[in-house]
Ligand binder design. Structure first.
Ligand SMILES: NC(=O)c1ccc[n+]([C@@H]2O[C@H](COP(=O)([O-])OP(=O)(O)OC[C@H]3O[C@@H](n4cnc5c(N)ncnc54)[C@H](OP(=O)(O)O)[C@@H]3O)[C@@H](O)[C@H]2O)c1
Length: 306
């Protein structure tokens, strides 16, 4: 690549793939860094896209991925810990390592993905690691931009498709009474925000929270999905302590369907707070889940008969 690239760590993930596409469309050269990197399906020979196999836990890998880069985006994720892969290694040490090396290697802009609610004092080990990760990044690279999206949706996402699967059950279990507020944000809107932040200094703001146009309670999201899929199911409130118990029982499974972190996060509202940068600062009008649902969750003809 002749042009200095932007390195997207986690460039093959749900968000990372869209960041790569938006950067490419904006005329940037892009380095796609992941353990199993791949070129996007739409790439053509000669495109300024470079897959690079790296692990965020390795000093030399991260250094190599940042070599000559103009900017970097950390969209690496780990949602469930395994025996030799911990939240600390990825979200705290990995994020801090990336930030430190980005600074020493002269990378001009760094964007660290985190999530709304990230806090080093949370009861959830995952959310705690995200909070400590933010601090590690700011300590190493004070001008880094921290981006906290609410739950992201889009075509082929995990959020809507899992909820759509739930609507196949005869009765849909709710977390508590389903009153937790969410602000689902379209993945492409987050990717656009990242491209904008890489291009323009955002008037001194370093912390952004990105939520979609609609603030919805969990039960309202399920009702929207049921209406869209033309399914009617009763909603059954389940107290949080029972969910915690279910998550504890599921924890020894290799790919647990539910984790204690997920239950903990579903107990707290996940909406954009006060005093942070938002889409408005970036002149982006985010999409509404209501309007985008048909494009993100196709209602198959067989579904509409049920
Ligand atoms: N999805 C959401 O609703 C949501 C909401 C709020 C915040 N976020 C945040 O947004 C970011 C992206 O999330 P996502 O949902 O797009 O994640 P994702 O789909 O799970 O993708 C994770 C990416 O990280 C790479 N990766 C994982 N472990 C790695 C390692 N040790 N070294 C290098 N690369 C590694 C993966 O590729 P390999 O496996 O090949 O390495 C993949 O490219 C995360 O910080 C997440 O917390 C997500």
């Amino acid at each position: 690549m002749t042009q200095a690239p932007i390195t997207v760590f986690g460039g093959t993930g749900f968000l990372g793939r869209h960041v790569v596409q938006e950067l490419f469309d904006a005329g940037h050269a892009v380095r796609i860094a992941a353990r199993r990197p791949a070129l996007p399906h739409w790439a053509e020979p000669g495109d300024p896209l470079e897959p690079m196999s790296i692990d965020i836990r390795s000093e030399s890998d991260v250094s190599q991925a940042l070599d000559g880069a103009l900017g970097a985006v950390n969209a690496v994720s780990l949602y469930v810990e395994r025996r030799r892969l911990t939240f600390d290694q990825v979200h705290v040490e990995g994020a801090g390592r990336l930030a430190r090396l980005a600074r020493t290697q002269g990378v001009k802009v760094l964007i660290q993905l985190s999530g709304i609610g990230a806090s080093s004092s949370s009861r959830s080990p995952y959310v705690r690691a995200r909070g400590r990760g933010e601090s590690a990044v700011i300590d190493a690279y004070p001008k880094a931009i921290i981006l906290r999206p609410s739950v992201m949706f889009g075509p082929d996402d995990a959020f809507l498709s899992r909820l759509a699967d739930l609507t196949r059950l005869p009765v849909i279990p709710l977390f508590g009474h389903g009153e937790t507020k969410l602000q689902p944000v379209h993945v492409v809107d987050v990717a656009r925000a990242i491209v904008r932040l890489l291009g323009v200094a955002p008037s001194g703001r370093r912390l952004f929270e990105l939520g979609g146009l609609d603030i919805l309670r969990y039960r309202e999201v399920l009702e929207l999905i049921m209406a869209h899929l033309k399914r009617e199911r009763p909603l059954l409130p389940i107290p949080f302590p029972l969910w915690h118990l279910a998550a504890v029982l599921a924890s020894p499974l290799p790919g647990p369907p539910l984790t204690r972190d997920q239950v903990q996060m579903m107990a707290e509202d996940n909406t954009v707070g006060e005093g942070v940068g938002t889409f408005a600062d970036l002149d982006i009008l985010p999409r509404s889940l209501r309007d985008a649902l048909p494009d993100c969750l196709p209602a198959r003809s067989s579904d509409s008969r049920r």
